[in-house]
Design a protein around this ligand. Structure first.
Ligand code: FE2
Length: 348
């Protein structure tokens, strides 16, 4: 996504926000989600599983009385790798724009010139040195599904030796201008190219359980949710176990533009500004009932500790019904999130 389209209300990099203080600290970010709403629920009101959260730049701590042992995750989205070779030659007319999109980037810490491959390798080193339990790769890891880029990613993930979960973003499966609906192209290119990244898990939805915490990944890279994905979320939520939800496209939050497009009431044909440049069919007229219901149920789930997303390329925090949704900066610049799920006894 074009960074110039970002909401000005995204967080400053060094912002420190305690979840239990969210009502006052976050009032300008909350839009229609009221301050008292966020503060009360973040303290665990009505939930035996949520125990508040804090954010310090890229470190997010989620506290839960239902967690016995700490769980550490590293969340990555939007690396936008563009490596290609002769095997990609037949697809150049579809990959040309994105192949030039992120060749050179500025490191999110140093502002020095860098590139997506260097940033991805650095991030995996961080995963190792931080001793994370799993890496979540939440889409747009590649800018188009070239064999060379996917082989490069697989080799690095396997070398790192940390378990990972992958879900696609809207670019991972997209060759711009290729015939077909987004859903058709997603299925086709997952099958042809992305499949190794899923390690036999269902590409549309999967869960990894780490020390009793469920890490859910759901593919919403078409902005929409399928009935079987809603059903999957319901089943996972019904377990009552603490959960985090990872998606590529952020879920609608009041006041946010349609980049926060999953469940956004204004999402649809009339709001689709990028269909021409991305050479794809326009979005449908409006969201399906399933997508809207998914959004409602996610933010009503008493055992959901947090939502993590990418796509906008900018670090941001919204709180809906006491549940934080944190969007990561682009890993093309080295940005990522460290997520710690902690028992209440070590809550700072
Ligand atoms: Fe994206």
């Amino acid at each position: 996504m074009d960074p110039s389209k970002q909401s000005p209300s995204s967080l400053s990099r060094r912002g420190l926000i305690q979840g239990t203080l969210a009502g006052t600290a976050l009032a300008p970010l909350l839009g229609a989600a009221t301050a008292s709403d966020a503060a009360g629920k973040a303290e665990g009101e009505g939930s035996a599983v949520r125990g508040g959260f804090s954010q310090d730049d890229i470190l997010i701590r989620l506290h839960s009385p239902a967690v016995a042992d700490p769980v550490k995750l590293l969340f990555v989205a939007d690396t936008h790798l563009f490596r290609d070779d002769d095997r990609g030659a037949p697809y150049r007319e579809f990959s040309g724009r994105m192949a030039k999109g992120y060749n050179q980037t500025k490191h999110f810490r140093t502002q020095n010139t860098t590139n997506p491959e260097a940033c991805f390798e650095e991030t995996l080193e961080t995963a190792k040195s931080a001793g994370v339990d799993a890496v979540v790769l939440a889409g747009d890891i590649v800018s188009f599904p070239s064999e060379a880029a996917i082989e490069w990613v697989m080799a690095r993930l396997e070398q790192t030796g940390v378990p990972w979960l992958y879900t696609a973003g809207n670019h991972d499966w997209h060759y711009e201008g290729m015939e077909g609906s987004s859903a058709e192209l997603r299925s086709a290119w997952i099958e042809k190219r992305l499949l190794p990244l899923y390690e036999k898990r269902d590409p549309m939805m999967s869960a990894l359980e780490v020390a009793g915490v469920k890490v859910l990944v759901i593919d919403n890279s078409t902005y929409e949710i399928l009935p079987e994905q809603l059903e999957f979320f319901r089943q996972q939520a019904a377990s009552g176990q603490p959960m985090v939800l990872c998606v590529h496209i952020p879920l609608y939050a009041p006041g946010r533009p349609v980049g926060f497009g999953c469940g956004h009431p204004d999402w649809g044909e009339a709001a689709d500004k990028n269909f021409a440049i991305e050479r794809r069919p326009k979005w449908r007229e409006r969201h399906t009932d399933t997508t809207m219901e998914f959004h409602r149920e996610v933010f009503a789930a008493p055992n959901l500790l947090g939502v993590f997303a990418g796509h906008t390329h900018r670090l941001s925090l919204d709180v809906l019904n006491g549940i934080p949704q944190v969007v990561a900066g682009a890993n093309a610049t080295g940005a990522h999130l460290l997520v710690e799920v902690l028992p209440m006894s070590v809550a700072g």
